[in-house]
Every structure is written in structure tokens, then in C-alpha cells.
Design a protein around this ligand. Structure first.
Ligand code: DGP
Length: 133
């Protein structure tokens, strides 16, 4: 897997070298608005530690960091008043998921009906893709 590169955009945001429109900051996590929103509310929640993606994080982060990140996801959604209307949480790991920034980030999307879970993309015709058993 990729080695963490601390010149990535989100590492610079954590260090205060780049600005962000902050929603929440805790000991282990930072939440800020996505620069290219895909929904009326589109926020990213990132761990402060140096983790490339969900794979790196779930393999190597401490229990405190893992709890801290997921608590921040829930807290950010509450602060953004998304609980009643509903929201979607997702994270892209590597090529098939089209990960663009190589510091783990959890997307929170909401503010309108979001439709089916996956739209577009290169989905193979029926019968050629099988859910893993
Ligand atoms: P992903 O494809 O999951 O790696 O999504 C990366 C997201 O990061 C994408 O929705 C746009 C967002 N993004 C990229 N650069 C910046 C930035 O400089 N600031 C903010 N707030 N968001 C950014």
C-alpha cells in the first residue's frame, strides 16, 4: 500500500498551513467543509494522525484514535443538524473507489434526498459482478 506523504493537502490543513472551513476539532479529529461539495452539506472528517486511508487506519490506529474519529463523525452530523433528515457516510480507499487525497477522510453528505447508494461509475452488466460470499 501507499506510504503516507505528509505534504498532502489534508496534512497541511491539520498543520494550519492551508485554511479550511472548520466544523469541529477534537483531540483526534478535524471536520471541515469539502471544497467541491456533492450535496448541500458535504463535510470531511479526518483523523489528526498520519493514515493514508481506511485500510491503514483500521490496521494501525490506536483504539483511542478510532473512537475519536467516529465520535467526531457523529458529532459533526449533529452540529450540522443532519440527524432528523438523514445523512450518508462514506470513505474512498484507493483506485476502484477513486481516492484522490491520501490522508483518510470520511465524507458526510446530506441536506437533500441522496438517491441510490451508487450512481454512475463503470458498473459491469448484470450477471458479471457478484457480491463476495
Ligand atoms: P476522495 O475522492 O474521497 O479522495 O475525496 C477528496 C475530497 O477532498 C474531494 O471531495 C474534494 C476534497 N478536497 C480536495 N482538496 C481540498 C481542499 O484543499 N480543501 C477542502 N476543504 N477539500 C478538498
Amino acid at each position: 500500500m501507499f506510504k503516507y506523504d505528509d505534504t498532502n493537502i489534508f496534512a497541511k490543513i491539520i498543520r494550519g498551513k492551508l485554511p479550511s472551513d472548520k466544523v469541529l476539532e477534537t483531540e483526534h479529529a478535524l471536520a471541515f467543509h469539502d471544497i467541491n461539495p456533492q450535496a448541500p452539506i458535504h463535510v470531511l472528517v479526518i483523523p489528526k494522525g498520519p493514515y493514508v486511508s481506511m485500510d491503514d487506519f483500521t490496521a494501525n490506529a490506536s483504539a483511542e484514535e478510532i473512537v475519536g474519529l467516529w465520535r467526531a463523525v457523529g458529532e459533526a452530523a449533529r452540529l450540522l443538524d443532519l440527524v432528523e433528515g438523514g445523512y450518508r457516510v462514506m470513505s474512498n480507499h484507493s483506485a476502484n473507489a477513486h481516492q484522490e487525497v491520501f490522508h483518510l477522510h470520511i465524507h458526510i453528505l446530506g441536506g437533500r434526498p441522496l438517491g441510490p447508494m451508487l450512481e454512475g461509475g463503470d458498473i459491469p452488466p448484470n450477471g458479471t459482478w457478484h457480491r463476495p460470499a
